[in-house]
Design a protein around this ligand. Structure first.
Ligand code: DQA
Length: 147
């Protein structure tokens, strides 16, 4: 059975109350529940994590090697700043899907650049919480290609 890590970065713990006009009213706990339910339906194992700290996210990516088959990463604002996360993704040699609730390309120009995109297998953005299950489908299809 495929095992997927869903990793969330800074400020995503505040989903539900954080700028709901952009990110919606769904909380991160709601999203986790949605992902766990969907994982049972499509028969994959899922781990769900969040940190506000760049180094913790790097550690989580390192720990994913040998534990999970792929990663869905919403790196939050670190998407636009973190060479360390980009290097970690390159180093662990796992398929990573970049995910954003909002359409980062329709927002401020500083959100248009992503350090994650060049090392991700693909990008899903703009579909709100639904993007998480879309990303799970995309990652599983990618993993099934290799088996
Ligand atoms: C985000 C988009 C980022 O630009 C922002 O810094 C976030 C959330 C999203 O899910 O839309 O924290 O990753």
């Amino acid at each position: 059975m495929h095992s997927i890590l869903i990793l969330n970065g800074p400020n995503l713990n505040l989903l539900g109350t954080r700028q709901p006009e952009i990110y919606g009213r769904t909380t991160l706990a709601d999203i986790e529940e949605m992902c766990r339910t969907y994982a049972r339906a499509i028969d994959v194992e899922v781990a769900f994590d969040q940190s506000n700290h760049e180094g913790d996210l790097v550690d989580a990516l390192h720990a994913a090697r040998g534990t999970h088959h792929g990663v869905i990463l919403n790196a939050g604002a670190y998407t636009h700043t973190s060479i360390a996360l980009m290097d970690a993704i390159k180093s662990v040699d796992l398929p990573v899907i970049e995910l954003h609730l909002s359409n980062i390309h329709a927002r401020e120009s500083f959100r248009h650049h992503s350090y994650v995109s060049p090392v991700a297998i693909g990008l899903i953005c703009g579909f709100g919480a639904r993007g998480y299950t879309l990303a799970m489908d995309a990652l599983v299809s990618h993993l099934e290609k290799d088996t």
